[in-house]
Structures are given as structure tokens and as C-alpha cells.
Design a protein around this ligand. Sequence first.
Ligand code: DAH
Length: 344
Amino acid sequence: MQQWDKIKEEGLAIIRHADNLSRIEQVRIDLLGKKGQIQDLMKQMKDLDNHQKPLFGKMVNELKQLFEEEISIKKNELEETKILTDLKKDQIDISLDGDDALVAQLHPLTIVQKEVESIFMNMGYQIVEGPEVELDLYNFERANIPMNHPARDMQDTFYIDLQWLLRTHTTAIQTRVLETKANNLPIKVICPGKTYRRDDDDATHSHQFTQMEGLVVGEGINLADLKGTLEMMVKKLFGESRTIRLRPSYFQFTEPSMEVDVSCFNCNGLGCHICKKTGWIEILGAGMVHPKVLEMAGIDFRKYSGFAFGMGVERVAMLKYGIDDIRNFYLNDMRFLSNFDRFE
Ligand code: DAH
């Protein structure tokens, strides 16, 4: 019995002293494995008298069970400790300064474009785009711009060949829409896009710029519709207290044609450096679609009429954000680009 207790106490002691997972596994093999202590005891059974065998067997089994339980408890303990020490090792110091991540923002031109688009989408307009490499047909011919017009000069337009060019205005999308929707009236579209002209770049000119074309065609569309629509847009873009004024002008694709000014939001019409002391700022060209333009697209100009307008997005963005050089939009300078709120 004394020897028995010794085996038990020694076994429990080495279990208790195991201080890592590989050690406890080794202890398990030593005590419970095929060549372990419990097996050794089992082997001794054959040397015993028959009447001693059942008691001995019972005691070996109890010892085995005890070791199994104690090893399992110890193993769980060690696993838990290991997880905790591993976690401690991997701990992140959240008080350390992180690296600044650059959060993407929208380009100011995109912000203005999206703002205008949402104003018109709320009035039921569709957004339509067109190709930047355009046919002379849609850019000039269908816009009623004759062969001898200066805009068609090699000095003003990027020609690719005699037929193809980089579109000089989004009016090219207008003439395409008129053609594709000629038998599907009414039309209510906003057409944003990049446009190109052979200008020398300076503070107010860029060989690449952005326009937004508006076009509405249907029965009984008149100048009052145009004026009301533009007034609404200007108030949403520049503030409720803005008003507009129409000045007679000339475009080949509209009749009558006009230039549209917005009352100066800097001086409220009193006259300042932004409005060049006039109280008004020019923001877009507009007019009633020329009957010839409708006719060339296959639309009956006796039955239908329409209005159109074309707006420079850079100009609106410059006015809205007080930017004084158009080249800023195309320099990709993060110090400039990070100044604009994200469009919600
Ligand atoms: N296409 C003209 C330009 O680039 C702008 C314009 C004026 C567009 C009057 C129109 C319009 O649709 O009706 O200067």
C-alpha cells in the first residue's frame, strides 16, 4: 500500500510540475502510454494470486482515471495560459500614432458635375453621355455650324482626320440625342462630358475642359420654360437669393440665343472684382433649339420645339470655390485637391 501511495504521489507531482504543453504530453506518455507506468502495473497482475487480481485491477483503473483527469485539467490550464501569453505578445499599442491614410475625395469638377446632375435628375432628366472622339457631323454639321465657320478652323479644333475630331462642345451629344430620340419624344436630358479646343493654356483657358449640356424637346416648350429651369438650377447651385438675367447672343444651333448671367454672390449685385463691377457673372449659353437643328435630326419643327443650354463646369467650380486659375483642376496637386468636401 505504501508503494502504491508513492506511485500515486509521484505521478501527481510530475503532472503538477509540467509547465508547458509539450511537457504535459510527455508526462501523459510516461504515465498512460503503452510503455508507461500504468501499463507496467497491469503487467504485474499476472504474478498475483487470483484472489488479489480484482482488487489490484480496480486500484490500477482508479489510478489511471485519476491521472487522466489530472492531466486533462493541467492541459486545459496550460492551453489557457498559452493563449493569454500569445495575446499579450501580439498586443497592439493603440496609443501609438498611426500612419496617416489618404482618404480618397472627389475631384472638385466631379463634385460640381454630380451636384448639377442631381438637381436635374430630381426634375426627371436623364443623364446621357457621348463619345469624346466625335464625327464632324455631330459636332458641327448637325449643330448648323457651316463649313466656313471659324470654329471649324484647324487652329481651334483638334482634328484626327477630315471626319473625326475631339469634340469641341457637348452640343455634339445634343445632336446625337436629337437623332436617336427623334421618334421618342419628349426629350429631357443632361449631358456631361470632356471637351477639347486648341487653346493655349492660361489662367482662364484649358485645352481640355468639361461641359454640361441640357436639352428639352417636346410640344409647346418655350423660352419661359428655359428661364424657369435655369433660375431653379442657379438657386440650387449658388443659393436661393440668386437671380438670373438673359442677354441676347448668337449661336448657330439656337434661335433666339442668349447668354445667361447670375447675380453676383460675392457683392449681391453691388459690383466687385469677381463680377468686374457689373453685379452679374456670366455662367452659360442657351437658347431655343434652331428649327434647322430639329429638322436635320428628323424632328417636325412645326409640331415640336425645344430649349438647350451649355455650361462650363470649370467656370461654375471656380465661382463656387473661389478658384482663380483653371489649370489647378488638371495639375493633380494634392494640396489643392484635398480642399473639397466629399459629395454626399
Ligand atoms: N456649345 C456652346 C459652347 O460651347 C454652349 C451652348 C450654347 C450650348 C447654347 C447650348 C446652347 O446648348 O443652347 O460655347
